[in-house]
Design a binder for this molecule. Sequence first.
Ligand SMILES: Cc1cc2nc3c(=O)[nH]c(=O)nc-3n(C[C@H](O)[C@H](O)[C@H](O)COP(=O)(O)O)c2cc1C
Length: 262
Amino acid sequence: MEIPVNSWLNAINVRHSRRAFTGESLPEDKLHRLETIANEFKPFRGARAVVVKDPPENVFKGAIGSYGKVKDAPHFIAFIGDTSVLEVQEVTGYLGEGIILEATSMDIQNCWVGGFFRREVVANIAGLRPNEQVLAITPIGYSLEKKSRTEKTFSRIVQSHKRKPIEDLLLESPQTYPYWIISALEAARLAPSAANRQPWRFLIEKNSITIRTDNLSDGRWVSKRLDCGIAMLHIELGARVNGVEGKWKFLSKPYVARYSVS
Ligand SMILES: Cc1cc2nc3c(=O)[nH]c(=O)nc-3n(C[C@H](O)[C@H](O)[C@H](O)COP(=O)(O)O)c2cc1C
């Protein structure tokens, strides 16, 4: 599938996690479109997505009390990784974010949920194959017009609207670099991450951006490499909107991947 660069990049700028929904089902054509994307968007081996149209009620559970709890979502999408693939976290992040951005571009609200859902329930519905695990899910639906009190509290706790300045994310960089790199970094900076921890750091070279994690710990509930997979897609969109096509190479820890243009 060809990535719709412009519409996904626009979606980056309007996407925010939403956790309280109206309960109203999405129209069949929107669900069908998401199922088509889930079937056709296969950027890397090792990840897939399943749209669950009629979930049971007990899929989401709150973090502490009801913080982070998802309410009245009519459907969800499961992001499933094949744990026999070394880069399972990164490829699942990249794939999942594509589907999240497609949903956003269709005015469907969503929220990556990596920690607080009932894995055994989702695993049963999704029908896991050998070596597969559900790494995250997202509710999909129409959110309440205004944020619920719980949503506001959660956003405040994790300061979900804040992003680190680019300078704090750069490991090393030349004094000047081309516009596509600025555009790619700006898109990466807006990526969502678990608890908004923004664990990505960037090494800029003349024709490449390398992502690594902020330190050697991999995150307690959700792998930082999943967050970095999300940032990979954002980098690529920010580059490609400037007509710059590159290639990804996965790297070993603590590095994640390098996007190089020739
Ligand atoms: C991989 C991943 C896992 C996440 N897990 C949860 C979760 O378990 N519960 C939750 O309420 N939010 C979760 N979030 C949402 C983040 O808290 C949110 O993306 C972040 O605070 C930034 O806010 P924004 O998405 O509105 O930009 C997760 C996000 C990512 C990327």
